[in-house]
Each structure stands twice: as structure tokens, then as C-alpha cells.
Design a protein around this ligand. Sequence first.
Ligand code: PBG
Length: 327
Amino acid sequence: MEQPIRPRRLRKTPVIRKMIRETRVSPSSLIYPLFVREGRNIIEDIPSLEGQKRYSPDTLPFALEEVCKAGVSSILLFGIPEQKDEMGSSAWEEQGVVQQALRIAKREFPNLYCITDVCLCEYTSHGHCGVLKNHCVDNDKTLPLLAKIALSHVMAGADMVAPSDMMDGRIRAIRQELDLHHFEEIPILSYAVKYASAFYGPFREAAGSAPSFGDRKGYQMDYHNRREGIKEAALDVQEGADILMVKPALSYLDVISEVSSSFSLPTAAYSVSGEYAMIKAASRQGLVQEAELVCETAVGIFRAGADMLITYYAKELANWMKEGRIG
Ligand code: PBG
């Protein structure tokens, strides 16, 4: 009788371990989120996000220098305005904080790819992602405002816009506005599958964008649902989205996997503030090894199907990739 063939484990030496890797990652797929606040000469620590800072537009180049040095080639900008009102009108001003930051960034670092978060929550006095009617977000009244914000970002130099508000129909509204002004080439990265999540806590501290009443469950998604996420993504595809994002990342790897296999668009994952803060806190206490854990979680997200990763660890990850820890 023939002996059964004994399977070999191809992982005995470092060379072959690397050769057979199924998931390849590189700094080119990392996006670094950055907070710009109004003012001058400001670089301030963000207590809820250890190691992250808020910059005023004039000091932003110091941050961008570090980003480029690490080998990260794209950023995601969030704005923190001085003035907030019911409508969030400082979000689309020509002299708004993100618009100022973009002009400086594009002048000083023309090759850095600048994506902007398009939302109202940092700009409204009530902290919701849209305008209100009787204490409820008015979806359809919000759409033209989001389109206006996106256009103002692009006019100031944004290479791509990323609406994170979760209103229905906003991808179409933004696409039409950009096309009307001959920005047909500017892509839209849609926060397509964004869950109402406790993982956003540290971000809301950082951006001062917590809702003053209620929550975002009326427009962000219920984490019990996966099919609904696919439906949200499908709608965004129809409306003209170019890249589909799933957010948060770690608790939603199944959704990342399904979005990436269901659509022929690139999939982005956002490893959000709470995911970052948890790893920071645990490693500060000596409970885990920071670099090991960040590498393992990042590769897990790519393995699930993400093509790109938005993470507050982008600079460190890029360096660890260059050192060959992961790659
Ligand atoms: C704005 C927005 C939020 C995040 C990205 N864009 C906050 C929210 O929806 O409450 C969260 C990002 C993070 O936690 O890192 N709507």
C-alpha cells in the first residue's frame, strides 16, 4: 500500500515564511488622520489620543514633514472651528480651518495626497452630523450643505473627499455638485458602512464633536446588522462612490470581508480612535507589546480584505513595515 503523502509546513525559515505570505502590506496603503484647529501657532496634545496633536494651519507643516518622513503619502483632515452655529456654516467658508490647512498643505507638500472628512458635527452647535428640524436631523436639508462643504474643500485643494455624515443620498449630491463645477476627476471615499460605535469616544473629545443631546443611532448603523451594511454600500456604489469604507475596523472584520468581496471597488477600513486608545492604554500599562499588537491588528484588517487602512498609527506602521516586521 502507498504511504499517504505527508504535508510539509512551509514555515521553517524566515526566508520561506516571507515568501509564502498571503497578505502584503506597504506604507502606500496607509492614511493618517490629522486634526487642524483654528488659530495661530498652536501645537497641542490631545489628551484622549495619546501621541496625537491638534495643529493650527500655520503649524501643520511640522506634522506633514513627519508624515512624509515616515513614508506615508496620504492624510485625512478633520477641522475644528472657532465658531459653531445651528447650520455648521463655518464648514464651507473659504477661510474655514480645513480650507486654510489645505492651501498650506498643497503649497508646502504638493505630492502629499489630501483627503478631507466631510461632515457637519464638528461645526454645528448641537454636534449632530446634519441640520435639525424638531430635534431630529433633517436628512434632505443636510444634503446641499454637505455638497457645499465638499466643493469648498476641493476648491481649496483637496484631492479626495470623504463624507462621514451617513445621510441618505449624500454621495449623489456631492458627485453632482463636484461635476457641475468640473471636478469630475475628484474621487469620493464614502464612509459607506459606518456603525454607531462607542469606539468614537476619544475622537469626539479630540474634535469637540459629541452630540449635545441624543445619539447618532438615527443615521449611523446598528452593529447587529451586516446585510444592512451591504445595502448601504450598494446604494453608495449606485450613487457614484469610488472607494467604500467600513468603520470601525476591528469589531467589523466580517463586514470588511463581505464589502471587499461584494463590490469591485477598493475597500478602506478605518481603525478608529477607540481602537488606537485601547492599544495605547494597554501598552502603557505593560499589558501588551505595542508594536506587536499594532502590526497584528493592522495585518488582520488587510487580511480581511481592506485595500487601505486609515489609522492613527500610520507613521509607526510605515516604519515597522520598512524595518520588515510586517510586509
Ligand atoms: C464625523 C466623524 C467621526 C469619526 C470620523 N468622522 C465621529 C462620529 O461619527 O461621531 C470618528 C473617527 C474616530 O473615532 O477615530 N462624523
